[in-house]
Design a protein around this ligand. Structure first.
Ligand code: NAD
Length: 329
């Protein structure tokens, strides 16, 4: 099959080529993102392979269809960037990688917590400058703190297990309750109770119409003063102007985000010599208690191998008319 890979980074090319050696697909890599402006590049390809910030809206999907594309292979779990009703209407098949390494993302959420709490990023910079002072580096013990987990699917479950190891009390909110997490001591509570009682809140639910801006002014007012909020899920779960107000008023004591609502204009790119045209992200960066990583929670060797393998398997099943285990319906 002829495959066009968009938003290619060197690691995408490296891992896809490694696992394509025995399969022999004809793969073309494009650094540019796929959106309605770049669809001309898809002419003559059977498959487009895309990532989180490629924008497959109605305009893009209609052009893909007229260019002869038959399969959209997401190399990620979330599919909020694809207009699924339009894809269905056009008969475009969409597959994804529902789970590649939940631990990779869960462990990154923990890295954000540990860094914000114990300020190792600040200590690193200080010591490089010969500053061995401990001034303003005080953290808190995770042991016995209450951690609220919103969404206890694959990543949320992996996260609960790690936090359980720290000796935290874990409260969770999900539309589906996991029996194995309950057996481990996780207590499912209503969302309001989770917001009110948690010292740390970590978001692990997908972005849907229900969860869009679920962390807004009302939810923030319900939280403990000085709460730590972690988002490795999708940026639009948080209303950014509202969280900025909550940081300014000291309601939120720490914010760790791997995702950001307007990330597609920023993340994955070196903009160090550019003027950044996004007042909200600049305000967030200005807070000493905010830690931003640019959607790197998935970025481990194990996850990249799995993403490449499952993506190529999905394409092969499609080519061979086999049932699509990772079909987005
Ligand atoms: P999953 O489908 O296994 O779990 C999601 C859970 O959220 C499910 O248990 C579901 O019942 C629950 N849920 C759905 N709606 C909810 C709601 N309104 N309130 C509370 N819970 C709700 O998905 P996963 O593999 O655990 O991934 C979770 C999210 O993590 C993905 O949707 C994706 O957005 C994000 N993600 C981020 C990265 C990254 O690199 N930062 C990588 C992979 C996935």
């Amino acid at each position: 099959m002829k495959i066009a890979v968009f938003s290619t980074k060197p690691y995408d090319e490296q891992y896809l080529l490694k696992h394509n050696q025995e399969r022999g697909h004809d793969i073309m890599f494009f650094e540019t993102a796929l959106n309605h402006k770049t669809t001309d590049l898809t002419k003559g390809f059977d498959v487009v392979c895309v990532f989180v910030n490629d924008k497959l809206d109605a305009r893009t999907l209609n052009k893909l269809k007229s260019n002869g594309v038959r399969l959209i292979a997401l190399r990620c779990a979330g599919f909020n960037n694809v207009d699924m009703p339009v894809a269905r209407e056009l008969g475009l098949t969409v597959v994804r990688v529902p789970a590649y390494s939940p631990e990779a993302v869960a462990e990154h959420a923990v890295a954000l917590i540990m860094t914000l709490n114990r300020k190792t990023h600040k200590a690193y910079n200080r010591i490089r400058e010969g500053n061995f002072s401990l001034y303003r580096l005080i953290g808190f013990n995770l042991n016995k703190k209450t951690v609220g987990v919103i969404g206890t699917g694959k990543i949320g479950s992996a996260f609960c297990k790690i936090m359980n190891g720290f000796g935290c009390k874990i409260v969770a909110f999900d539309t589906y309750e996991s029996a194995s997490l309950k057996a481990m001591g996780v207590e499912y509570v209503p969302l309001e109770q989770l917001l009110q009682g948690s010292d740390i809140i970590s978001l692990h639910c997908p972005l849907t119409t229900d969860t869009f801006h679920m962390i807004n002014q009302k939810a923030l007012l319900n939280m403990k003063d000085g709460v730590m909020l972690i988002n490795t899920s999708r940026g639009a779960l948080i209303n950014t102007p509202d969280i900025i107000e909550a940081l300014k008023s000291r309601k939120v004591g720490y914010l760790g985000i791997d995702v950001y609502e307007q990330e597609e204009k920023l993340f994955f790119n070196d903009l160090s010599e550019n003027i950044i045209d996004d007042e909200l992200v600049l305000r967030l960066i200005s807070f000493p208690n905010v830690l931003i990583t640019s959607h790197q929670a998935f970025l481990t060797n194990e996850a990249l191998n799995q993403i490449a393998l499952i993506t190529l398997d999905n394409m092969e099943d499609f080519a061979n008319g086999k049932p699509l285990v990772n079909l987005v319906e």
